[in-house]
Design a protein around this ligand. Structure first.
Ligand SMILES: Nc1ncnc2c1ncn2[C@@H]1O[C@H](COP(=O)(O)OP(=O)(O)O)[C@@H](O)[C@H]1O
Ligand SMILES: [Mg+2]
Length: 208
């Protein structure tokens, strides 16, 4: 199975690209969704977070109080890194389990994992190919302000915590520029998909 990482800075259009790749027949994993699943009530993940941050980060109904946890970790870099290092192994384990299942079902398939910070974390090295989605900085800022209802200053602050787009682009096997309209992004994604099919075929030949 060809394993593909999909990354890029916040609000550049990764989720849209992932949706197109799913329509085209790829298996897809959204790391943000996995990150929410590994801390649902009753999980080892939630227990580990409670051990580190105290029971006040759990709401009356037993679910994680994301707003409270967010206000703690975004105000304190050490705590933010601590939370990341607690959750990371659970997220990777869950992803790996899905990868193994799909690999058995469909060895010729393509699986794409969408994760914003896989270059920063080094996680991109697990993949055969890397797609970096990017757009012009002003477009990114406008999209983030609109999607997350943030002021310009708030949006700029969130963007500034991530590796600059120009630096991420250097890691890419394939680039997708989403600065234009959805149709243009879709066309580029289709081109990347065809290149991935070829990469998948040559991987099969090598493994035979
Ligand atoms: N051409 C485009 N390609 C991708 N996303 C676009 C485009 N034009 C506008 N958007 C919008 O940009 C916002 C950010 O896209 P999203 O896929 O959620 O980003 P990410 O997953 O990288 O954070 C969304 O509201 C999306 O609808
Ligand atoms: Mg997204």
């Amino acid at each position: 199975m060809l394993k593909v990482g999909l990354t890029g800075s916040i609000a550049v259009g990764k989720t849209f690209v992932l949706g197109v790749l799913r329509e085209l027949g790829c298996y897809v994993i959204d790391a943000d969704a996995i990150a929410r699943e590994v801390v649902v009530p009753g999980t080892q993940g939630l227990n580990a977070v409670v051990e580190a941050f105290g029971s006040e980060i759990v709401k009356g109904d037993g679910t994680l109080d994301r707003a409270k946890l967010g206000s703690i970790v975004f105000a304190d870099e050490v705590k933010r890194l601590r939370l990341n290092s607690i959750l990371h192994p659970f997220i990777i384990a869950e992803e790996d389990q899905r990868l193994r299942e799909w690999e058995q079902q469909d060895p010729k398939g393509i699986v794409v994992v969408d994760a914003a910070l896989m270059i920063e974390s080094g996680g991109y090295q697990r993949f055969d190919k890397l797609i970096v989605v990017h757009c012009r900085p002003e477009v990114q800022l406008q999209r983030l302000m609109r999607r997350n209802k943030l002021s310009r200053a708030e949006a700029e602050q969130r963007i500034a915590t991530q590796m600059p787009q120009e630096e991420k682009k250097r890691y890419a096997d394939y680039l997708i520029d989403t600065s234009g309209d959805f149709a243009g992004t879709r066309r580029q994604t289709e081109d990347v998909y065809h290149a991935l099919r070829e990469a998948s075929a040559s991987l099969q030949n090598r493994e035979r």
